[in-house]
Design a protein around this ligand. Structure first.
Ligand code: PAF
Length: 264
């Protein structure tokens, strides 16, 4: 695997491959890689000629500086994981590399980004969309892969790619879960073992209510989670999904499940 820090070198290298007719599959990450990331990379490897991954903990998408400080840094382990799975390229830019404008230019979405996770995280999706646009333009991949755990993020990135006529196809991949049902997330590392057991109940409750044909499913699921000690930030139905953000101790988790109501 070849690691590249400089955006100009990265862009030149990617362009050389695409000009030679090779399709690049791109997985942008903030590191602390887990099985959810690996599923995106496996899919990219299966569908494209080359796998390119980026690791960049993007400060502009953290509205809470404490959250940024606590974000796990596992760079050595991540490089070993990427080498093991056979990634071809790793992009490791610094803030100065990616933001020569010092974040003067931003991508602002004016509707969905203010809802759900955006309500309590002002500026979060502007940071996400801005960095993802930079990464997509630098990589020029055939396709970029995003996890459905971050459903709102995926929808916003797909919308941005369409709005700006990007050549990269935006592909979503299903949520990957631990045996307990807890969705893999870099933030799970911050949970104590008791909190981790509690966290698994999020999926349990969401899946139960996702199968109940009832208008109040979201409200009832929120009440049940509150009763189980979760601080519920939101629990809402959107486009056939139940989406939730909750807090356990100081850790914020998000998850979503598809609503499957069966007619008898
Ligand atoms: O999902 C993430 O890890 C990040 O939001 C992303 C897409 C890499 C942008 O920093």
């Amino acid at each position: 695997m070849k690691s590249i820090q400089n955006p100009t070198v990265w862009k030149r290298t990617m362009t050389q491959h695409t000009a030679a007719g090779l399709n690049v599959g791109f997985v942008p990450t903030m590191g602390a890689l887990h099985k959810g990331h690996l599923s995106l990379m496996e899919r990219a490897k299966a569908e494209q000629d080359l796998l390119a991954v980026s690791i960049f903990v993007n400060p502009t998408q953290f509205n809470d500086p404490k959250d940024l400080r606590n974000y796990p840094d596992r760079i050595e382990k991540d490089i070993a994981t990427l080498t093991d799975i056979g990634a071809d390229y790793l992009f490791l830019p610094s803030y100065e590399d990616l933001y020569p404008d010092n974040y003067r230019y931003t991508i602002v979405e004016t509707d969905l980004s203010g809802q759900l996770c955006g309500k309590n995280r002002p500026g979060h999706f502007t940071g996400v969309l801005t960095v993802v646009l930079k990464l997509l333009l630098l990589t020029g991949a055939q396709a970029a892969y995003f996890g459905e755990k971050d459903w709102q993020q995926y929808k916003l990135i797909k919308g941005m790619a369409e709005a700006f006529f990007l050549n990269t196809e935006i592909i979503s991949c299903p949520v990957v879960r631990e045996d307990s049902g807890l969705a893999y997330s870099s933030r799970n590392e911050l949970l104590s073992s008791i909190e981790r057991r509690q966290a698994a109940q999020l999926f349990e409750v969401l899946s139960t209510y996702a199968q109940k044909p009832c208008d109040q499913a979201a409200e009832s699921a929120a009440q049940e989670l509150t009763g189980k000690g979760f601080k519920v930030e939101y629990l809402q139905q959107d486009e056939g999904r139940l989406l939730a953000a909750v807090q356990i101790g100081s850790v914020r988790l998000i998850d979503n499940v598809r609503i499957t109501t069966f007619s008898s």
